[in-house]
Ligand binder design. Structure first.
Ligand code: ZN
Ligand code: ZN
Length: 398
């Protein structure tokens, strides 16, 4: 048995029927959030004959499986998320969700099945693994910060701090088997805010006897837009969007007591994310105060930006080129603005997230992830299995 790319890819293709079966089993019973008992037991059963050291999560249904080679060496962590979304599936597939209002619409069922396949392929090479591989199956990626909870439960400490980490996200937007990534920021960091401007209600004909929160809220909206263009580097993408304004009522026709703004922040550097969190607060509080009013500000930090290690992206590019041919790996020109909690792992461990194209054959317009019609090309999962395996072997070897 060798580790040359053709052999890895051929073996991954041999495993594909089993990977597809596992994916469909998970797809049928999607579970949302941090508690995924069915998914957890399905993964544990899929890994049962591999003789890996398995640890289950306490506050979440995570599965951590450790493969130790015959000699000590570097440690590589491979991660797959395994949670679904609160979406009613409308694909019409014969293995569609059997759970009302839940669907694997982000491809995490595929991520999980690919990582289980890679665990098998790597275990077949156990005798020649120079170190340790950690397979991390993570619940709660979709807004529940499952990765952070797994870190709190010792993911990065219990069996040695990993030297490198790698994760794949599948995408139906690109042709099957194409791999994308980029050095540095690859996905955005996020945050949301709620600002309540507290004025004083009163008669609309006598605003001097009231304290109208509406013009103050309007100033805050404009100040937030100005702030982003004047205070954030022009070369750094940053978005502050006010998504709702609520004040007064059409029926009452009076000056209201309060005005409420909610909004969202997206950035690609952690420094700017924290900077904007405090800027939102300061602008709102100080603009309100200048008018004799008060502002209450609540910022909910989302996930930090996903920042890839350049050397590891280079290794992923070389490995992908070797597996699939050079033109199947592409450097993304810009980050994308969704966020992902693999970022918590990358804050501690140098690593990379890559995207794997999985567009169904013959489709030009596709339903993207988070759509009730989202369908994946399952053949791409063979590439995912081979990619996880080849990247792990490469990163162990560095
Ligand atoms: Zn998603
Ligand atoms: Zn996802």
């Amino acid at each position: 048995m060798t580790d040359d790319p053709e052999t890895l890819l051929r073996e991954a293709r041999t495993l594909l029927p089993e990977v597809v079966r596992l994916r469909r089993q998970i797809h049928r019973y999607p579970e949302v959030g941090l508690t995924l008992p069915h998914t957890q037991s399905t993964i544990v059963a899929a890994l049962a004959d591999l003789n890996l050291e398995i640890t289950l999560g306490k506050q979440l249904s995570s599965v951590v499986a450790v493969l130790d080679g015959p000699s000590p060496g570097r440690t590589v962590l491979l991660r797959a998320d395994m949670d679904a979304l609160k979406i009613q599936e409308a694909t019409g597939l014969d293995y569609a969700s059997e759970v009302d209002g839940a669907m694997h619409a982000c491809g995490h069922d595929g991520h999980t099945a690919m990582l289980a396949g890679a665990a098998r392929l790597l275990t077949m090479r156990r005798d020649r693994i120079p170190g340790r591989i950690i397979f991390a199956f993570q619940p709660g990626e979709e807004g529940y910060a499952g990765a952070r909870l797994m870190i709190e439960e010792g993911l990065l400490d219990r069996c040695g701090v990993p030297d490198a980490a790698f994760a794949i996200h599948i995408t139906p937007r690109h042709s099957s088997g194409e791999v994308f990534s980029r050095p540095g920021p690859v996905m955005a960091g996020a945050g949301t805010f709620k600002i309540v401007i507290k004025g004083r209600a009163g008669h609309p004909a006598e605003p001097h006897n009231a304290l109208d929160p509406i013009p103050i809220a309007s100033e805050v909206v404009l100040a937030l837009q100005t702030y982003v263009t004047r205070r954030v580097k022009a070369f750094e993408p940053a978005v502050v969007t006010v998504t709702a304004i609520q004040a007064g009522s059409h029926e009452l026709g009076a000056i209201p007591e309060t005005a409420t703004l909610t909004g969202t922040i997206r950035v690609v550097s952690e420094e700017t994310r924290l900077h904007l969190f405090s800027a939102v607060r300061e602008l709102a509080v100080n603009i309100a105060s200048a008018h004799g009013a008060q502002a209450e500000v609540v910022v909910e930090p989302g996930y930090p930006p996903v920042v890839n290690d350049p050397a590891i992206v280079e290794a992923v590019g070389e490995v992908s080129g070797g597996l699939l041919g050079k033109d199947h790996f592409r450097l993304m020109p810009t980050p994308i603005m969704p966020s992902e909690d693999f970022s918590y792992i990358l804050q501690r461990v140098p690593g990379a997230m890559a995207f794997l194209g999985a567009r169904p054959e013959g489709q030009v317009t596709v339903a993207d992830v988070h759509s009730p019609q989202m369908i994946l090309n399952e053949d791409a999962m063979a590439v995912g299995v081979a990619l996880h395996t080849a990247v792990a072997l490469r990163l162990l070897d560095r």
